[in-house]
Design a protein around this ligand. Structure first.
Ligand code: SF4
Length: 577
């Protein structure tokens, strides 16, 4: 990958340039964060012309490396006001890599109300008016575009939420069935794409060769070792393929860390009704698909296809985070309701975590009762989907919803909603939520590995000891993995099996003719975090922003009746490396 595609929306011009020296050797999150850090003024408005939307495949994308199809999307976030990288599965990363495009950089701003599509194909990139697509949902958008461009291309799109510039708007990527089900959900990056005036990016790699590999035999060996390790590990080889990510509902409920009714308890009385085990029964009974890959080459296949009661396709998954945010967090115990919400989020183009958290806050205000699934669907379909003032409030996320409805119990860090693990019962994840440059984000340093699942060692989730080191090491490793294009789920075998970790840098070495070792991978992760932290500092963030909301320190969480008590000075030491 040796090209940067620069798209200037102010002049509607497109230029393919050789990758500048300062970006050579970077991919995924390392590249999006470097471009944002170097080219975006930290104090700019996230929805103004100075912000840039950067879309980058990982270093291994486009190759036969297992699970290497993640696509990084970066910008200054309209939700957090800081730097953001959010990544998605789907098919676009591999096609961009085959077209030798290391990153798409969308800059400037189209005139108000102008809407464009960006078509990228072999030896061609052009902007075209997005006819008939205004305010269309992602599903309809793909249906319309597929008539013109077919089903063998990938689509990166925004829904009405992105066009309305809502801070919870996502960027959707099509999956193997050409459905817009994979989302770079966090941080409102769909609103940045909408602010540029871009509705869809069509990626057509027909006729493009696979990325060149310098040492084909070494690559093949390393890829095989890696695939074997993924298949061998109990989580990636059995647990995730059998029950999907929602295997976690029962596990986290058992641990006492399943946030329930807007983080007021750590166990949900109806957890079994929304569990991965029950979800599998429903899927099989209705003729759905219980084990499904979001892109070619994934050997874990954690996803699934969910049918409605009439055995018709409804949505993918839903994944654990979506089930939790819109289930236990809202007191909702019906998987069909959660699946319908998931479909609406994918269609409107919204982050299902942020929206579930906003619903939980709204329910806390008394505007909607906890457990009212029908009411939640109506709000999403008729208010957020149509961009009414109430819908815009909810679609701006949990922090804004809390402000507008006068709720003090708002689970956000850097204005981004906390995901599906309560930091009072699982303290390592609280350290990650508080300190990640991304705002509250479980994927930034997934301590659930050692805190709950026993992967990569064991650190007692209820005690303070060891949590800072755990989060620090995982945040470094994650920043590196997010730069390769590998799905984060590969972390389970990587933490437990030295051969899996070695295989990652051996694949990179074989592809690019390098001789990287483990220290280089660690250095890459540290460099990415330092860049991101520096951007946030220049954007006005201070150590006080690396804290959880006060109620986590003052309200004990049943059933353990503990508070979050990692000291501020310890939180401030996370990035001492
Ligand atoms: S493990 Fe799941 S999320 Fe990761 S690449 Fe495979 S299907 Fe996609």
């Amino acid at each position: 990958m040796d090209k940067i595609l620069r798209v200037n929306m102010s002049s509607q011009s497109v230029k393919l340039e050789s990758i500048p020296a300062e970006y050579v050797g970077l991919g995924g999150r390392a590249l999006t964060s470097k471009i944002v850090a170097l080219e975006v003024p930290p104090l700019c408005h996230p929805l103004g012309p100075e912000n840039k939307l950067v879309i980058a495949p990982g270093l291994l994308s486009g190759t036969t490396a297992p699970c290497s199809g993640r696509l990084s999307v970066g910008a200054k976030s309209p939700l957090t006001g800081g730097i953001k990288e959010s990544n998605a599965g789907g098919t676009a990363a591999q096609k961009l890599a085959r077209l030798s495009i290391a990153a798409i950089v969308i800059e400037g701003q189209a005139p108000p109300h102008a809407l464009w599509n960006l078509l990228i194909a072999k030896n061609k990139a052009e902007l075209l008016p997005a006819k008939n697509l205004r305010k269309k949902g992602n599903y309809k958008t793909i249906e319309i575009l597929s008539k013109e461009y077919g089903e063998k291309v990938s689509y990166i799109t925004i829904g009405p939420a992105g066009e309305c510039l809502l801070s919870a708007a996502s960027v959707a990527v099509t999956d193997l069935e050409n459905r817009p089900t994979r989302h770079a959900g966090r941080g409102g990056l769909g609103a940045v794409m909408g602010s540029k005036g871009v509705k869809a990016i069509i990626v057509d790699d027909r006729g493009a060769p696979a990325p060149a590999i310098k040492n084909v035999e070494a690559f093949r060996q390393a890829a095989k070792t890696f695939a074997d390790a993924l298949r061998r590990h109990p989580i990636t080889g059995t647990g995730l393929p059998t029950y999907g990510t929602n295997i976690l509902t029962n596990v986290i409920n058992e641990s006492g860390g399943l946030p329930t009714r807007n983080f007021s308890a750590g166990q949900f009385e109806d957890a079994s009704r929304v569990s991965g085990e029950f979800q599998r029964e429903i899927i099989l009974a209705r003729g759905g698909v219980a084990t499904h890959a979001c892109h070619r080459g994934c050997v874990i296949r954690c996803s699934r296809i969910y049918m409605d009661k009439n055995k018709k396709y409804l949505t993918k998954g839903p994944e654990y985070e979506t089930v939790w945010a819109n289930g236990p967090n809202c007191g909702i115990n019906d998987l069909d309701v959660i699946a319908r919400l998931d479909r609406l989020y994918d269609d409107i183009g919204l982050d299902s975590i942020e929206m579930g958290a906003a619903l939980g806050v709204l329910m806390q205000s008394g505007f909607l009762r906890f457990g009212d699934g029908k009411g939640a669907i109506k709000l999403m379909r008729d208010e957020v989907g149509k961009g009414t003032p109430l819908g815009r409030t909810l679609g701006s996320g949990a922090a804004v919803t809390g402000q507008v409805f006068g709720v003090a119990h708002v689970p956000v860090v850097k204005r981004q909603a906390l995901p599906a693990y309560d930091p009072r019962a699982i303290k390592g994840i609280g350290v990650t939520y508080a300190t990640s440059p991304m705002g509250a984000d479980h994927t930034a340093g997934y301590s659930i590995t050692a805190n709950v699942l026993g992967a990569g060692g064991r650190v007692d989730p209820l005690r303070v000891e060891g949590q800072v080191e755990l989060s620090r090491n995982l945040q470094i490793a994650t920043a590196a993995i997010d730069s390769t294009g590998l799905c984060l789920f590969v972390a389970f075998p990587v933490l437990d099996d030295p051969a899996a970790f070695q295989a990652i840098y051996q694949m990179i070495n074989a592809q690019y003719g390098l001789s990287l070792g483990p220290d280089n991978i660690t250095s890459l992760g540290k460099a990415v975090l330092n860049l991101e932290r520096d951007f946030n500092k220049r954007a006005g963030f201070a150590p006080e922003d690396d804290r959880l909301p006060m109620f986590f320190e003052t309200e004990p969480l049943p059933p353990h009746n503990l508070v979050f008590n990692v000291a501020a000075r310890d939180l401030d030491s996370v990035f001492n490396f």
